[in-house]
Design a protein around this ligand. Structure first.
Ligand SMILES: [Zn+2]
Length: 484
């Protein structure tokens, strides 16, 4: 156990610092040295975190403005010239611009909140307020750090939710509505919100309690134990989510017998894909958004297809989309992404172990007498945000590479033109952005944009696929770039 733990943690630190052969490179002594180095009395943590936060907003707005000029172009990119009608292109550009403006305004609103939270010590006030609440109303045995943290996090979530409500309402009922995508009624919006809150109230306390207990009990060793726990938790949620949680929001029914089912089963069998069950999900309940995805454990997978996808796409095109998804599985992307997310967790926890006792960070935010773990984690996440930006960029580079590979896989199976046709169709129905500024795309996109994908598929423009036929159809929103 000890060897495993060391061999897992050690490389992280070796990467971060030149290792002196003569000195001990014991990870715990390195952690201690780094912790001491970063814990300087009166270090201006507050100003630093404020600077990071504002810097990130300015950077992201700069990228959005660059993208905005691409969204003002009047002609579709050459590769799409014959595939997309001028009318669809104009609409997609207008939708893109409306979303970009929304991003800038909602980002500014979030930014104002964040600055106010930091400037006015909202965390400190909320911590003492929730502590008073417990002292006054709860039995004495609930006065410990774990109960206090649970009440604090719950209050924090409710507050965040209230503050983000105006932008969420605007997004659903004004922006999406205007372009014909919203299918949610105000009633469904409110019931969804109530359900989500009840679910959070049921799931968050035991998980948070377990996380805090592990840190309290295992002391300096917590990184390894926390990591094992969260990896187990991820596997558990992957299994439990479709059985217990998804049915609360959506209805999954087995796909009816027919050409689609036969073809999907044949595709799965041909590649020894461990297909357990095929479902149709009632995505049309909330949005005209359409999609298809796999879930489940490595040896037992399920395929879920949105009803909206079946309604608006030809059988062969759905098969082409599933061939792309199958490519992700066959090429080991799913497993590698799981590996990457485990490495990321390990990295986050290791860095957290450096900050967990940082007295100067806590006291910069008014926590001098106590150093609650949960507060430490929130402050540490803020201090880490520039590194998160870099990680997001790296993750997107890997993800886009995987998408090209999965497209190439579908192409080798003979689905080149069906995949191209379905991508074009979904983008047109979805009004997805069809071209992008390279800096904006590198930072934000986990999927290559349509023009890039068609070029990689070696797609030659032909007669318009979407212009006349789809003009009369109701607009269907597809996830397009997001999950295909
Ligand atoms: Zn994909």
């Amino acid at each position: 156990m000890d060897f495993l733990q060391r061999s897992l943690i050690e490389p992280l630190f070796v990467l971060g610092e030149v290792v002196d052969e003569k000195k001990s490179c014991n990870p715990s002594s390195l952690v201690q040295r780094l912790s001491r180095f970063l814990d300087r009395p009166l270090f201006p943590w507050k100003r630093l975190i404020l600077g990071f936060s504002i810097g990130q907003y300015v950077f992201e707005t700069f990228l959005t403005l660059r993208q905005y000029s691409v969204l003002q172009q009047v002609k579709p990119p050459a590769v799409l010239a014959k595939e997309i009608s001028q009318e669809t292109f104009d609409k997609s550009q207008a939708y893109g611009r409306a979303k970009a403006r929304f991003d800038i305004v909602s980002g500014l609103w979030a930014q104002i909140q964040n600055v106010a939270f930091i400037q006015f010590d909202v965390l400190t006030k909320m911590w003492s307020w929730t502590g008073d609440l417990l002292l006054r109303w709860a039995p004495a045995r609930f006065s410990g750090e774990i109960s206090h943290s649970i009440v604090f996090v719950m209050t924090f979530i409710v507050l965040q939710q209230m503050l983000s409500l105006p932008t969420r309402v605007y997004n659903t009922f004004v922006l999406e509505e205007k372009f014909g995508f919203n299918k949610q009624t105000p009633k469904l919006f409110v019931t969804d919100m109530i359900k989500t809150n009840l679910l959070t109230a049921a799931i968050m306390p035991p998980i948070l309690a377990a996380l805090l207990k592990i840190i309290q009990k295992t002391g300096n060793q917590f990184v390894f134990y926390l990591w094992v726990f969260t990896a187990g938790l991820q596997l558990f949620i992957t299994t439990a989510y479709p059985i217990f949680i998804q049915p609360i929001f959506n209805k999954l029914s087995p796909l009816e017998d027919g050409a689609l089912k036969t073809k999907v089963e044949a595709l799965a069998q041909g590649h020894k894909f461990p297909l357990q069950e095929l479902f149709v999900i009632d995505g049309s309940k909330r949005s005209a958004h359409s999609n298809a995805y796999f879930y489940g454990l490595p040896w037992k997978k399920h395929i879920v297809i949105y009803d909206t996808l079946i309604e608006k796409t030809q059988t062969e095109e759905i098969i082409a989309i599933l061939a792309h998804e199958l490519g992700h599985w066959k090429l080991g992307h799913t497993t590698r992404l799981f590996g990457i997310s485990q490495a990321h967790l390990l990295y986050v926890f290791s860095l957290f172990s450096i900050f967990i006792n940082n007295v100067s960070l806590y006291s910069a935010f008014g926590f001098s007498a106590t150093r609650p773990i949960v507060i430490g984690f929130i402050l540490f996440s803020d201090a880490l945000s520039p590194l998160d930006t870099v990680i997001k960029l790296l993750f997107n580079i890997i993800s886009r590479k995987f998408e090209f590979e999965a497209d190439a896989f579908a192409k080798t199976l003979g689905y080149r033109s069906d995949l191209a046709a379905s991508l074009i169709k979904l983008h047109a129905q979805n009004l997805s952005t069809m071209d992008a500024d390279w800096m904006y795309a590198s930072y934000h996109y986990s999927h290559p944009h349509l023009s890039e994908r068609l070029k990689a598929l070696d797609w030659k423009p032909r007669e318009a696929l979407t212009s006349e036929k789809d003009k009369d159809d109701a607009v269907v929103k597809a996830s397009g770039r997001d999950e295909l």
